[in-house]
Design a protein. Sequence first.
Length: 393
Amino acid sequence: MTDFLVKMFVKEYNEVEKVSVRTAYGVLASMVGIFCNVFLAGIKAVIALLLHSVSVLADAFNNLSDAGSSIIGLVGVKLAEKPADEEHPFGHGRMEYIAALIVSFLVIEVGFTFFKDSIGKIRHPQELQFRLASVIILALSVGVKLWLGFFNKKLGRRIDSQVMMATAADSLGDVVTTSATILSIVFWRATGINIDGIVGVGVSLAVMWAGVGIAKDTLKPLIGAAAAPEDFRKIKQFVEKYEGIVGSHDLIIHNYGPGRSMASIHAEVPNDVSVETSHEVIDKIERDAAKELGIFLVIHMDPLEMKDQAVLSVRKKAEEAAAELDPNLGIHDFRMVTGEEQINLIFDLVIPWEYSQKQGDEWVRELTHRLQEMDRRYQCVITVEQSYIQKPE
Protein backbone atom coordinates (compact mmCIF):
# COMPACT_ATOMS: atom_id res chain seq x y z
CA MET A 1 0.00 0.00 0.00
CA THR A 2 2.79 2.43 0.92
CA ASP A 3 4.67 1.89 -2.35
CA PHE A 4 1.41 2.18 -4.28
CA LEU A 5 0.59 5.56 -2.71
CA VAL A 6 4.14 6.82 -3.27
CA LYS A 7 4.11 5.85 -6.96
CA MET A 8 0.64 7.40 -7.40
CA PHE A 9 1.32 10.77 -5.75
CA VAL A 10 5.09 11.40 -5.76
CA LYS A 11 6.75 12.14 -9.08
CA GLU A 12 10.41 11.14 -9.34
CA TYR A 13 10.00 9.35 -6.01
CA ASN A 14 13.52 7.92 -6.21
CA GLU A 15 15.13 11.40 -6.38
CA VAL A 16 14.84 11.90 -2.60
CA GLU A 17 17.62 14.52 -2.52
CA LYS A 18 15.45 16.99 -4.44
CA VAL A 19 13.56 19.51 -2.30
CA SER A 20 10.45 19.17 -4.49
CA VAL A 21 10.42 15.38 -4.05
CA ARG A 22 10.90 15.67 -0.27
CA THR A 23 8.00 18.13 -0.19
CA ALA A 24 5.80 15.70 -2.15
CA TYR A 25 6.60 12.97 0.38
CA GLY A 26 5.72 15.36 3.21
CA VAL A 27 2.42 16.34 1.60
CA LEU A 28 1.52 12.70 1.04
CA ALA A 29 2.30 11.75 4.64
CA SER A 30 0.32 14.73 5.97
CA MET A 31 -2.77 14.06 3.80
CA VAL A 32 -2.83 10.38 4.72
CA GLY A 33 -2.40 11.31 8.38
CA ILE A 34 -5.25 13.86 8.24
CA PHE A 35 -7.63 11.41 6.57
CA CYS A 36 -6.88 8.48 8.88
CA ASN A 37 -6.96 10.51 12.10
CA VAL A 38 -10.17 12.42 11.31
CA PHE A 39 -11.82 9.13 10.41
CA LEU A 40 -10.68 7.48 13.66
CA ALA A 41 -11.55 10.51 15.79
CA GLY A 42 -15.14 10.53 14.49
CA ILE A 43 -15.64 6.84 15.13
CA LYS A 44 -14.12 6.96 18.62
CA ALA A 45 -16.16 10.02 19.60
CA VAL A 46 -19.38 8.17 18.75
CA ILE A 47 -18.21 5.10 20.67
CA ALA A 48 -17.21 7.23 23.67
CA LEU A 49 -20.71 8.73 23.85
CA LEU A 50 -22.30 5.27 23.61
CA LEU A 51 -20.02 3.74 26.25
CA HIS A 52 -19.76 6.81 28.52
CA SER A 53 -15.97 6.26 28.45
CA VAL A 54 -13.52 9.07 29.17
CA SER A 55 -10.56 6.94 28.05
CA VAL A 56 -12.18 6.39 24.62
CA LEU A 57 -13.00 10.11 24.39
CA ALA A 58 -9.40 10.96 25.30
CA ASP A 59 -8.25 8.63 22.56
CA ALA A 60 -10.66 10.30 20.10
CA PHE A 61 -9.33 13.77 20.87
CA ASN A 62 -5.80 12.41 20.65
CA ASN A 63 -6.60 11.33 17.07
CA LEU A 64 -8.09 14.77 16.40
CA SER A 65 -4.92 16.42 17.70
CA ASP A 66 -2.93 14.08 15.46
CA ALA A 67 -5.00 15.33 12.50
CA GLY A 68 -4.26 18.90 13.54
CA SER A 69 -0.63 17.92 13.81
CA SER A 70 -0.72 16.63 10.24
CA ILE A 71 -2.24 19.92 9.06
CA ILE A 72 0.52 21.91 10.81
CA GLY A 73 3.06 19.48 9.35
CA LEU A 74 1.59 20.10 5.89
CA VAL A 75 1.92 23.87 6.34
CA GLY A 76 5.46 23.42 7.65
CA VAL A 77 6.47 21.27 4.68
CA LYS A 78 5.10 23.81 2.20
CA LEU A 79 6.84 26.71 3.98
CA ALA A 80 10.09 24.73 4.11
CA GLU A 81 9.92 24.40 0.32
CA LYS A 82 10.39 28.15 -0.14
CA PRO A 83 13.75 28.86 -1.81
CA ALA A 84 16.56 30.90 -0.32
CA ASP A 85 16.25 34.66 -0.35
CA GLU A 86 18.27 37.68 0.71
CA GLU A 87 17.27 37.37 4.37
CA HIS A 88 17.48 33.57 4.48
CA PRO A 89 20.43 32.52 2.28
CA PHE A 90 20.22 28.90 3.47
CA GLY A 91 16.52 28.53 2.66
CA HIS A 92 13.52 27.90 4.90
CA GLY A 93 14.03 24.20 5.63
CA ARG A 94 13.93 24.63 9.41
CA MET A 95 10.26 25.58 9.17
CA GLU A 96 9.61 21.85 9.12
CA TYR A 97 11.23 21.51 12.54
CA ILE A 98 9.34 24.51 13.90
CA ALA A 99 6.05 22.99 12.71
CA ALA A 100 6.91 19.72 14.45
CA LEU A 101 7.72 21.63 17.65
CA ILE A 102 4.28 23.30 17.55
CA VAL A 103 2.75 19.86 17.08
CA SER A 104 4.54 18.55 20.14
CA PHE A 105 3.08 21.33 22.31
CA LEU A 106 -0.43 20.56 21.01
CA VAL A 107 0.01 16.88 21.83
CA ILE A 108 1.23 17.68 25.35
CA GLU A 109 -1.71 20.08 25.89
CA VAL A 110 -4.27 17.46 24.82
CA GLY A 111 -2.68 14.87 27.09
CA PHE A 112 -2.71 17.23 30.07
CA THR A 113 -6.40 18.13 29.51
CA PHE A 114 -7.47 14.51 29.57
CA PHE A 115 -5.20 13.77 32.50
CA LYS A 116 -7.36 16.18 34.52
CA ASP A 117 -10.57 14.61 33.15
CA SER A 118 -9.34 11.12 34.02
CA ILE A 119 -8.57 12.17 37.59
CA GLY A 120 -12.17 13.41 37.78
CA LYS A 121 -13.40 10.01 36.54
CA ILE A 122 -11.41 8.25 39.25
CA ARG A 123 -13.01 10.44 41.91
CA HIS A 124 -16.52 10.21 40.41
CA PRO A 125 -16.72 7.05 38.24
CA GLN A 126 -19.61 6.56 35.79
CA GLU A 127 -21.09 3.28 34.66
CA LEU A 128 -19.68 2.00 31.37
CA GLN A 129 -21.74 0.54 28.54
CA PHE A 130 -20.35 -2.55 26.78
CA ARG A 131 -21.02 -3.05 23.08
CA LEU A 132 -19.09 -5.73 21.20
CA ALA A 133 -19.35 -3.81 17.93
CA SER A 134 -17.68 -0.79 19.55
CA VAL A 135 -14.82 -2.91 20.86
CA ILE A 136 -14.34 -4.42 17.39
CA ILE A 137 -14.23 -0.95 15.83
CA LEU A 138 -11.64 0.15 18.37
CA ALA A 139 -9.59 -2.94 17.54
CA LEU A 140 -9.76 -2.03 13.86
CA SER A 141 -8.55 1.47 14.72
CA VAL A 142 -5.50 -0.16 16.32
CA GLY A 143 -4.80 -1.79 12.97
CA VAL A 144 -5.16 1.55 11.13
CA LYS A 145 -2.78 3.30 13.53
CA LEU A 146 -0.31 0.43 13.31
CA TRP A 147 -0.28 0.75 9.52
CA LEU A 148 -0.01 4.55 9.74
CA GLY A 149 2.99 4.22 12.07
CA PHE A 150 4.84 1.90 9.70
CA PHE A 151 3.81 4.09 6.75
CA ASN A 152 5.43 7.18 8.30
CA LYS A 153 8.44 5.18 9.44
CA LYS A 154 9.08 3.84 5.95
CA LEU A 155 8.75 7.27 4.34
CA GLY A 156 10.86 8.84 7.11
CA ARG A 157 13.69 6.40 6.48
CA ARG A 158 13.41 6.88 2.73
CA ILE A 159 13.89 10.66 2.87
CA ASP A 160 15.79 10.76 6.19
CA SER A 161 13.11 12.83 7.94
CA GLN A 162 13.22 13.07 11.73
CA VAL A 163 9.77 14.65 11.70
CA MET A 164 8.21 11.63 9.98
CA MET A 165 10.06 9.29 12.32
CA ALA A 166 8.63 11.22 15.28
CA THR A 167 5.14 11.01 13.76
CA ALA A 168 5.61 7.27 13.32
CA ALA A 169 6.58 6.92 16.97
CA ASP A 170 3.48 8.92 17.95
CA SER A 171 1.25 6.61 15.89
CA LEU A 172 2.76 3.50 17.43
CA GLY A 173 2.22 5.09 20.84
CA ASP A 174 -1.46 5.48 19.92
CA VAL A 175 -1.58 1.75 19.25
CA VAL A 176 -0.60 1.17 22.87
CA THR A 177 -3.08 3.71 24.28
CA THR A 178 -6.05 2.43 22.25
CA SER A 179 -5.18 -1.14 23.21
CA ALA A 180 -5.21 -0.05 26.85
CA THR A 181 -8.64 1.52 26.33
CA ILE A 182 -10.00 -1.73 24.89
CA LEU A 183 -8.51 -3.56 27.86
CA SER A 184 -10.37 -1.33 30.35
CA ILE A 185 -13.72 -1.96 28.62
CA VAL A 186 -13.19 -5.73 28.41
CA PHE A 187 -11.97 -5.77 32.02
CA TRP A 188 -15.12 -3.98 33.17
CA ARG A 189 -17.27 -6.47 31.23
CA ALA A 190 -15.48 -9.46 32.79
CA THR A 191 -15.17 -8.23 36.39
CA GLY A 192 -17.57 -5.34 36.83
CA ILE A 193 -14.63 -3.20 38.05
CA ASN A 194 -14.39 0.23 36.40
CA ILE A 195 -10.75 1.08 35.71
CA ASP A 196 -11.65 3.58 32.96
CA GLY A 197 -10.29 6.59 34.86
CA ILE A 198 -7.07 4.79 35.74
CA VAL A 199 -6.56 3.73 32.13
CA GLY A 200 -7.43 7.29 31.06
CA VAL A 201 -4.59 8.56 33.26
CA GLY A 202 -2.23 6.07 31.59
CA VAL A 203 -3.42 7.10 28.12
CA SER A 204 -2.99 10.81 28.90
CA LEU A 205 0.50 10.25 30.31
CA ALA A 206 1.45 8.29 27.19
CA VAL A 207 0.12 11.11 25.01
CA MET A 208 2.16 13.71 26.94
CA TRP A 209 5.25 11.50 26.78
CA ALA A 210 4.83 11.24 22.99
CA GLY A 211 4.65 15.05 22.82
CA VAL A 212 7.82 15.40 24.87
CA GLY A 213 9.55 12.88 22.57
CA ILE A 214 8.56 14.84 19.45
CA ALA A 215 9.78 18.09 21.04
CA LYS A 216 13.08 16.48 21.97
CA ASP A 217 13.64 15.10 18.46
CA THR A 218 12.87 18.43 16.77
CA LEU A 219 14.85 20.58 19.19
CA LYS A 220 18.06 18.70 18.40
CA PRO A 221 18.52 20.06 14.87
CA LEU A 222 17.16 23.49 15.88
CA ILE A 223 19.69 23.86 18.69
CA GLY A 224 22.49 22.26 16.69
CA ALA A 225 23.20 18.55 16.91
CA ALA A 226 26.57 16.85 16.50
CA ALA A 227 27.20 15.01 13.24
CA ALA A 228 25.92 11.45 13.17
CA PRO A 229 28.69 8.82 12.96
CA GLU A 230 27.37 7.55 9.61
CA ASP A 231 27.43 11.09 8.15
CA PHE A 232 30.96 11.56 9.48
CA ARG A 233 32.13 8.34 7.81
CA LYS A 234 30.38 9.19 4.53
CA ILE A 235 31.87 12.69 4.23
CA LYS A 236 35.29 11.63 5.50
CA GLN A 237 35.49 8.77 2.99
CA PHE A 238 34.26 11.06 0.21
CA VAL A 239 36.97 13.66 0.90
CA GLU A 240 39.80 11.18 1.40
CA LYS A 241 39.15 9.26 -1.83
CA TYR A 242 40.72 12.09 -3.85
CA GLU A 243 44.37 11.91 -4.80
CA GLY A 244 46.36 14.50 -2.89
CA ILE A 245 44.32 14.19 0.33
CA VAL A 246 46.15 12.38 3.13
CA GLY A 247 43.48 12.54 5.83
CA SER A 248 40.70 14.68 7.30
CA HIS A 249 39.36 15.79 10.67
CA ASP A 250 37.29 18.45 12.48
CA LEU A 251 34.06 17.81 10.59
CA ILE A 252 31.22 20.15 11.58
CA ILE A 253 27.76 19.85 10.00
CA HIS A 254 25.22 22.69 10.14
CA ASN A 255 21.64 21.59 9.45
CA TYR A 256 19.24 24.06 7.84
CA GLY A 257 16.40 21.61 7.37
CA PRO A 258 16.03 18.06 6.00
CA GLY A 259 18.24 17.71 2.94
CA ARG A 260 19.74 21.17 3.46
CA SER A 261 23.14 21.04 5.13
CA MET A 262 26.46 22.79 4.97
CA ALA A 263 29.64 21.40 6.49
CA SER A 264 33.24 22.29 7.10
CA ILE A 265 36.16 19.90 7.37
CA HIS A 266 39.95 20.08 7.60
CA ALA A 267 41.72 18.16 4.84
CA GLU A 268 45.36 17.15 5.30
CA VAL A 269 47.56 17.66 2.24
CA PRO A 270 51.29 16.94 1.74
CA ASN A 271 53.35 20.00 2.66
CA ASP A 272 55.72 19.46 -0.28
CA VAL A 273 52.93 19.96 -2.85
CA SER A 274 52.30 23.48 -4.15
CA VAL A 275 49.43 25.45 -2.68
CA GLU A 276 47.92 25.90 -6.16
CA THR A 277 47.85 22.13 -6.78
CA SER A 278 46.25 21.32 -3.42
CA HIS A 279 43.79 24.19 -3.80
CA GLU A 280 42.69 22.82 -7.17
CA VAL A 281 41.94 19.44 -5.56
CA ILE A 282 40.05 21.11 -2.72
CA ASP A 283 37.92 23.10 -5.16
CA LYS A 284 37.01 19.94 -7.05
CA ILE A 285 35.99 18.13 -3.85
CA GLU A 286 33.75 21.03 -2.83
CA ARG A 287 32.05 21.09 -6.24
CA ASP A 288 31.59 17.31 -6.31
CA ALA A 289 30.21 17.29 -2.74
CA ALA A 290 27.49 19.73 -3.76
CA LYS A 291 26.52 17.55 -6.74
CA GLU A 292 26.87 14.06 -5.24
CA LEU A 293 26.13 14.59 -1.54
CA GLY A 294 23.90 17.66 -1.73
CA ILE A 295 26.10 19.36 0.88
CA PHE A 296 27.69 22.81 0.72
CA LEU A 297 31.15 21.77 1.90
CA VAL A 298 33.88 24.18 2.97
CA ILE A 299 37.36 22.64 3.25
CA HIS A 300 40.32 24.02 5.18
CA MET A 301 43.75 22.80 4.08
CA ASP A 302 46.20 21.53 6.70
CA PRO A 303 49.77 20.90 5.40
CA LEU A 304 51.16 17.61 6.69
CA GLU A 305 54.76 16.45 6.82
CA MET A 306 55.13 13.25 4.78
CA LYS A 307 58.88 12.72 4.28
CA ASP A 308 60.88 14.01 7.26
CA GLN A 309 61.49 10.82 9.24
CA ALA A 310 62.36 12.72 12.41
CA VAL A 311 58.97 14.47 12.43
CA LEU A 312 57.13 11.28 11.48
CA SER A 313 58.83 9.37 14.29
CA VAL A 314 57.96 11.95 16.97
CA ARG A 315 54.37 12.22 15.72
CA LYS A 316 53.98 8.47 15.99
CA LYS A 317 55.34 8.54 19.53
CA ALA A 318 52.86 11.28 20.46
CA GLU A 319 49.96 9.30 18.99
CA GLU A 320 51.01 6.16 20.85
CA ALA A 321 51.39 8.08 24.13
CA ALA A 322 47.90 9.57 23.73
CA ALA A 323 46.40 6.16 22.95
CA GLU A 324 47.98 4.74 26.11
CA LEU A 325 46.31 7.46 28.17
CA ASP A 326 42.91 6.78 26.57
CA PRO A 327 42.06 5.02 23.26
CA ASN A 328 39.43 7.71 22.57
CA LEU A 329 42.02 10.48 22.34
CA GLY A 330 43.16 11.71 18.94
CA ILE A 331 45.95 13.92 17.59
CA HIS A 332 46.06 16.05 14.45
CA ASP A 333 47.72 19.18 13.00
CA PHE A 334 51.11 17.97 14.27
CA ARG A 335 54.07 20.25 13.63
CA MET A 336 57.62 20.17 14.94
CA VAL A 337 59.82 23.27 15.10
CA THR A 338 63.45 22.44 15.90
CA GLY A 339 65.66 25.03 17.63
CA GLU A 340 69.16 24.89 19.04
CA GLU A 341 68.10 24.25 22.67
CA GLN A 342 64.49 23.12 22.43
CA ILE A 343 62.08 21.41 20.07
CA ASN A 344 58.51 22.68 19.93
CA LEU A 345 55.81 20.05 19.38
CA ILE A 346 52.60 21.77 18.27
CA PHE A 347 49.41 19.76 17.84
CA ASP A 348 45.70 19.46 18.71
CA LEU A 349 44.43 16.88 21.20
CA VAL A 350 40.85 15.75 20.48
CA ILE A 351 38.80 14.49 23.44
CA PRO A 352 35.20 13.15 23.50
CA TRP A 353 32.45 15.45 24.82
CA GLU A 354 31.80 13.27 27.88
CA TYR A 355 35.20 14.31 29.27
CA SER A 356 35.53 17.64 31.06
CA GLN A 357 37.96 20.40 30.22
CA LYS A 358 39.68 19.65 33.53
CA GLN A 359 40.27 16.06 32.38
CA GLY A 360 41.63 17.40 29.09
CA ASP A 361 44.08 19.65 30.95
CA GLU A 362 45.26 16.67 33.01
CA TRP A 363 45.90 14.69 29.83
CA VAL A 364 47.87 17.61 28.40
CA ARG A 365 50.11 17.62 31.48
CA GLU A 366 50.53 13.84 31.43
CA LEU A 367 51.16 13.74 27.68
CA THR A 368 53.72 16.54 27.99
CA HIS A 369 55.44 14.66 30.82
CA ARG A 370 55.65 11.43 28.80
CA LEU A 371 57.04 13.17 25.73
CA GLN A 372 59.64 15.05 27.78
CA GLU A 373 60.74 11.74 29.27
CA MET A 374 61.67 10.75 25.71
CA ASP A 375 63.55 14.00 25.12
CA ARG A 376 63.90 16.86 27.62
CA ARG A 377 64.12 19.37 24.76
CA TYR A 378 60.48 18.80 23.83
CA GLN A 379 58.24 21.79 24.61
CA CYS A 380 54.60 20.95 23.92
CA VAL A 381 52.05 23.45 22.67
CA ILE A 382 48.82 21.43 22.85
CA THR A 383 45.33 22.71 22.03
CA VAL A 384 42.47 20.68 23.51
CA GLU A 385 39.47 20.17 21.19
CA GLN A 386 36.23 18.29 21.71
CA SER A 387 34.78 16.16 18.94
CA TYR A 388 31.72 17.36 16.99
CA ILE A 389 30.71 13.78 16.18
CA GLN A 390 27.98 11.93 18.05
CA LYS A 391 29.05 8.95 20.10
CA PRO A 392 27.91 5.71 18.38
CA GLU A 393 24.94 4.10 20.12
